[in-house]
Design a protein around this ligand. Structure first.
Ligand SMILES: N[C@H](CCC[C@H](N)C(=O)O)C(=O)O
Length: 264
């Protein structure tokens, strides 16, 4: 399945156990050209439990576009107007939106340095990370936030001016991030539009990143660079992100498409 350019291999493990090794995850992701592998599992109180692995084989706690793809599947399967998805990080809600789009309530952003997590106490609005020559760094002082997974967001003048495959890994596994981090390159076009490219932890440069879009919006709005409802323009498509003041939740709306279905 595809969510704004993110490609997922989704396995229905609600009646057939699915417990792959890291090597098997890596092989599946390679064979199916997936950014993440997702398993649907039974949950005692929610419509479904969503287990997520990056293409490097590592299990992670959040995947925004994956949640929208899973929400679409369960909305169609149940005919409900709202579905609940449990992940390791949070309980999410999925809704049908207009024009076949799907909205997921991603919950509240986490902004404590321990929540990201960072290796030491630091101002999350701009952390002490410099990439490139120390006297004239290529990248410096990313804003950080967690959407259930860690994100470092660099605000840049031109997202196409950076060698992301070279720079991304240097931030992804920087010592300040004990669990690694996703790395966003965000270009604020105006107060309601951000162009974003993401080097994903454990998956590399992808065409889209749902939690990355949420993270970029939260960091931009927190810094006063944009409104709280913004269109994120990614390589693979557009996402509307809305960080609502009434509940502090971040709502993500975007397209989903099923590329193929195989019953194994
Ligand atoms: N690479 C991310 C997981 C997938 C995020 C992305 N696919 C999304 O839509 O949120 C991480 O390691 O936290």
């Amino acid at each position: 399945m595809n969510g704004a350019g993110n490609a997922f291999a989704i396995f229905d493990a609600r009646s057939t156990p699915f417990a792959p090794t890291q090597d098997q995850i890596r092989q599946i992701a390679t064979d199916l050209k997936a950014d993440q592998v997702i398993a649907l599992e039974r949950d005692a109180t929610k419509d479904v439990f969503m287990r997520i692995w990056n293409s490097d084989g590592g299990e992670v706690a959040a995947c925004g576009n994956g949640a929208r793809a899973v929400a679409h599947l369960i909305l169609e399967e149940t005919g409900k107007q709202m579905v609940t998805i449990q992940t390791e990080a949070d309980m999410l809600k999925g809704f049908k939106a207009i024009d076949g789009l799907v909205t997921v309530d991603m919950g509240s952003p986490l902004m404590g340095w321990e929540d990201i997590p960072l290796a030491e106490k630091m101002d999350v609005r701009g952390v002490d990370v410099k990439i490139g020559p120390m006297d004239n760094p290529t990248l410096a002082r990313p804003a950080v936030v967690s959407m259930g997974n860690p994100h470092a967001v660099f605000f840049v003048k031109d997202v196409n001016a950076y060698n992301i495959p070279q720079l991304g890994p240097l931030v992804e596994w920087h010592p300040l991030f004990p669990e690694g981090t996703n790395v966003g390159f965000a270009q604020v076009l105006d107060r309601e539009h951000i162009r974003l490219r993401v080097w994903e932890r454990g998956a590399g440069l992808t065409k889209a990143c749902g939690t990355g879009a949420c993270a970029a919006l939260v960091c931009a709005a927190r810094a006063g660079l944009t409104e709280r409802t913004v269109k994120l323009i990614l390589d693979g498509g557009e996402l509307l992100i809305d960080w609502r003041e009434n509940d502090d939740h971040v709502y993500m709306t975007g397209p989903v498409e099923i590329e193929f279905e195989t019953v194994i």
